[in-house]
Design a protein around this ligand. Structure first.
Ligand code: ZN
Length: 146
């Protein structure tokens, strides 16, 4: 492995806008939000199918065991601790422009840190496709050749 000289674009490099960072006591990402409430209430949650089956009352540590730390953003924005796990990560690239969001959970202070970023001129793939078709309809020759 190695020896590749070309630079691979990364979601957390060449940022041209502020990363929005917030902390909260419950997940901002909708994924896992209902499990989180169950754990807070001491109710059983679904066991990860790769480990077993059925439901179980779990601690935060046990519940988050399958999640990994995001070494690009290892620190908790509330306490600065680095015993964090990422439970939500999405990145969308379109024509070299990017948009991403990440949420990590801190095992020290049980706080969620949300980070999100969007290039100022980012378009979703759907928007870019729509703009291309609208240009076609208008008969713009440059776009029509595509
Ligand atoms: Zn923390």
């Amino acid at each position: 492995m190695g020896g590749k000289s070309e630079k691979v674009a990364k979601y957390n490099e060449d940022l041209r806008a502020e990363v929005e960072t917030t902390t909260q006591q419950a997940p901002r990402a909708t994924v896992h939000a209902s499990e989180w409430r169950k754990i807070m209430n001491g109710d059983p949650v679904e066991i990860n199918p790769s480990i077993g089956e059925g439901q179980k009352i779990m601690t935060f540590e046990e519940w988050s065991r399958g999640w990994k730390r995001n070494d690009d953003f290892p620190d908790c924005a509330r306490c600065g601790g680095t015993r964090t796990k990422e439970h939500h990560f999405v990145q969308v690239w379109c024509r070299g422009k990017k948009k991403w969001e990440s949420e990590t959970f801190c095992l020290e202070c049980h706080t969620f840190t949300w980070r999100s970023y969007c290039d100022p001129d980012f378009q979703t793939p759907e928007d870019a496709e729509k703009a291309r078709w609208e240009a076609l309809v208008r008969g713009e020759p440059g776009e029509a050749a595509a």
